[in-house]
Design a protein around this ligand. Structure first.
Ligand code: BG6
Length: 542
C-alpha cells in the first residue's frame, strides 16, 4: 500500500486549521487537533539492494537521481545497506564519477550546501562500471562488480534504472537477462525503472512495452511519470476520498466544468531537437495532464493497492469520449509562440530556437475540451491547457461548481454572481482554495468573491520532497501505485493519437500563434466561449 501522507506529517499533529478569508474577517477553526494516520516508509523494512543506473554520465543522473538518493540517505530513508552502480560508455573510474557527481550535487541539491560528512559516507556506496550498452563483455563486468558486493541482497536485489534512450531499452533488458541478473529465483527481486517518452504514438508504445516485457514481467516494470511523485498530485486522492464534504459534490449534479492548467514560463531552450519530435501534446498531455485528469475524475478504488488505483485510472481514461478529426477541429486548440517578452525579458520565437525548423508546425501550446462518458461526469466539460513561454509557471486544477439560480440577489447585485470554485494548486505555493461569495461589510448589499485557503507551507512547513525521491523510494519498496501501467500508457496514447490525426497535414494558421508571455492563442479563449466559459488564470498565492 502506498503512503499518501507527507513524510513529515507528524509536524502537523499539533497544528490547528486556520482559514484566512481575504475580505477582512478571519474564519478560524480553533482547537482542532489533526489526527494522523498512514504508513511511513520505514527504513528497516526496505530490503538492502543495488541500484544500477544505465546512462550514468547523463543529465538525469547528475540533476535528479543522485541528488534524490543523497537526500534520501541524508534523511535516513535509504535501506540499511545499498550500493549504486553507474553504467556508462565514458572511460572513468569510481573516484572520478564520485567527484563529478559531487560537483553536480553542489549545483542541484535542494537543501542548500552539501553536508561533507554525509556526502562522504554516501559516496562510499557509489561505483562506476564502464561499458557499451550493446557489448556482452560489459554486462559480465557489471555482473563481476555486483558479485564484489557479496552473495546476499546487494548482489540479488537489483533496481535497474534506464536513464537512456527508449530505443535502447530492449537491448539492455535482454542483456541483463542474459547476464543472469534478471528474474532470479527465490526471495530476491529485480525491477526496471524507465523514463518517458514511452514511445511517440500507440504503435511505438506497444512495441516498447513488448520489448520491456519480453524478458521481464509487467510487475517488474516501473514507468515513471514525475508528476505522480509530486506531493500535491498525490494529495488529490487523499483530499477526495478522506473528506466527506467534497466527494458528494464531485459529479455532474454540482460541477459545471473543470479546468486543468499546467503553464510554464520557460521556452524550449536547449531542448529544441527533442521538442521538434514531441510537441506539447506528447511532452505534457499524454503523460502528466492525463494523469492529473484521471486522479481528479476517477472512481474511488476498492483499496489503495497499486492495481486497484491503476484499474480505476485506466477505466477513467477509457471513458474519455473518442475524438474524431472534426471533433478535434472543434475541441482542440494548438499554438506556437512567436517572439515576445516573458517576465520582462525578450524571448525568441519557437522557430528561432536552436535545432528547430524555421517552418516548424510543432505545437508549444495545447488546449482541449474533453468529455468523460460515464455516469458521474456525463456532459461536464474538462478543459486542459498547457504551454511554454506563458506568463507564469503554475499547475492548477479548478473545479467550477454550478451557479445558484440567483433569484435573490440579481436585482441588487447584478446577474454576475461568481460561481463557487475549488482550486487545487499543484505547484508552486501548493495549496487548496475554496471560492465563495461573501457580503462586503457595510450598509449596502454588495457581494464579493472571497476565498478560504489552505497552504502546504504554512500548515506543514516547507518540507516538500522532490518527486524523484518519492519515486525512487517507492521503486525500491516495490510499490507500483505511483508508476504507470502498460494499459494506462497505451490508452493515453490512443487519446493523443486521435488528436494528432485531426491535425495531420494542417499547417498552423495565424490564429494558432501566440506571443511569448501571453496565455496562448486566441482560439483557446474561443474554445471555452463556446459554452460561455472563460479560463481562470492561476492565482499568485503567497
Ligand atoms: C517534463 C517535460 O516531462 O515536464 C518538460 O518534458 C516540462 O518539457 C516538465 O518542462 C515540467 O515538469 P515540472 O515538474 O517542472 O512541472
Amino acid at each position: 500500500m502506498h503512503q499518501f501522507f507527507p513524510a513529515n506529517v507528524a509536524a502537523a499533529a499539533e497544528a490547528k486549521l486556520n482559514f484566512p478569508v481575504i475580505w477582512g474577517m478571519v474564519c478560524a477553526v480553533n482547537d482542532i487537533i489533526t489526527s494522523e494516520c498512514g504508513i511511513s516508509n520505514d527504513r528497516k523494512t526496505l530490503d538492502a539492494c543495488t541500484i544500477v543506473i544505465f546512462g550514468a554520465s547523463g543529465d538525469l543522473t547528475a540533476r535528479k537521481l543522485i541528488p534524490a538518493l543523497y537526500h534520501l540517505y541524508k534523511e535516513n530513508q535509504m535501506p540499511p545497506a545499498f550500493r549504486v552502480v553507474g553504467f556508462a560508455r565514458r572511460e572513468k573510474d569510481s573516484a572520478l564519477w564520485r567527484a563529478e557527481l559531487r560537483t553536480a550535487l553542489d549545483q542541484f541539491s535542494r537543501t542548500g550546501p552539501v553536508d561533507d560528512k554525509v556526502w562522504t559516507a554516501f559516496a562510499a556506496n557509489l561505483f562506476y562500471c564502464q561499458g557499451d550498452l550493446n557489448d556482452d563483455a560489459a554486462y559480465k563486468k557489471l555482473e563481476a562488480q555486483l558479485t564484489e558486493f557479496g552473495s546476499g541482497p546487494l548482489r540479488e536485489n537489483l533496481l535497474f534504472y534506464l536513464a537512456i534512450s527508449p530505443s535502447q531499452f530492449g537491448e539492455v533488458v535482454e542483456q541483463i537477462r542474459r547476464a543472469g541478473l534478471l528474474n532470479k529465483e527465490g526471495a530476491a527481486w529485480q525491477r526496471i525503472v524507465v523514463e518517458k517518452p514511452f514511445g511517440h504514438d500507440l504503435a511505438s508504445a506497444q512495441r516498447l512495452n513488448r520489448e520491456l516485457t519480453r524478458y521481464a514481467h509487467e510487475q517488474q516494470v516501473f514507468r515513471i511519470d514525475h508528476y505522480l511523485g509530486k506531493e500535491t498530485v498525490q494529495n488529490i486522492l487523499m483530499f477526495r476520498f478522506s473528506n466527506s464534504i467534497f466527494e458528494k459534490l464531485w459529479n455532474r449534479n454540482s460541477v459545471d466544468h473543470i479546468q486543468i492548467t499546467v503553464s510554464e514560463k520557460i521556452g524550449v531552450g536547449e531542448r529544441g531537437g527533442y521538442y521538434e519530435e514531441a510537441g506539447a501534446l506528447r511532452d505534457m498531455v499524454q503523460n502528466h495532464m492525463l494523469q492529473v485528469l484521471s486522479l481528479i475524475a476517477m472512481e474511488p478504488p476498492v483499496s489503495l493497492e497499486a492495481e486497484a488505483v491503476r484499474d480505476e485510472k485506466v477505466k477513467l481514461l477509457k471513458s474519455i469520449r473518442p475524438l474524431t478529426p472534426s471533433d478535434v477541429a472543434r475541441q482542440v486548440v494548438r499554438g506556437q509562440y512567436f517572439a515576445g517578452i516573458v517576465g520582462g525579458a525578450p524571448r525568441p520565437g519557437y522557430r528561432q530556437e536552436t535545432k528547430v525548423k524555421t517552418d516548424s508546425n510543432v505545437e508549444t501550446f495545447a488546449a482541449m475540451k474533453l468529455f468523460i462518458d460515464n455516469w458521474r461526469w456525463s456532459d461536464v466539460p474538462f478543459y486542459l491547457r498547457t504551454g511554454k513561454n506563458l506568463p507564469m509557471s503554475a499547475s492548477e486544477v479548478r473545479i467550477q461548481f454550478r451557479r445558484t439560480p440567483n433569484v435573490l440577489f440579481a436585482a441588487k447585485c447584478g446577474e454576475s454572481l461568481d460561481a463557487n470554485a475549488l482550486t487545487l494548486r499543484l505547484q508552486p505555493n501548493e495549496g487548496i482554495s475554496l471560492h465563495f461569495n461573501g457580503k462586503v461589510p457595510g450598509m449596502s448589499l454588495r457581494v464579493r468573491p472571497v476565498r478560504m485557503h489552505f497552504s502546504y507551507d504554512s500548515e506543514f512547513g516547507a518540507y516538500t520532497p522532490e518527486a524523484y525521491e518519492r519515486l525512487l523510494l517507492e521503486a525500491i519498496a516495490g510499490d507500483a501505485t505511483l508508476f504507470i501501467r502498460r494499459d494506462e500508457v497505451e490508452t493515453a496514447w490512443q487519446i493523443v493519437d486521435s488528436i494528432r490525426a485531426g491535425w495531420e497535414g494542417r499547417p498552423l494558421t495565424n490564429r494558432e500563434f501566440y506571443a511569448a508571455g501571453t496565455w496562448g492563442p486566441i482560439a483557446a479563449d474561443d474554445l471555452l466561449a463556446q459554452l460561455g466559459h472563460t479560463w481562470h488564470e492561476p492565482q499568485v498565492i503567497k
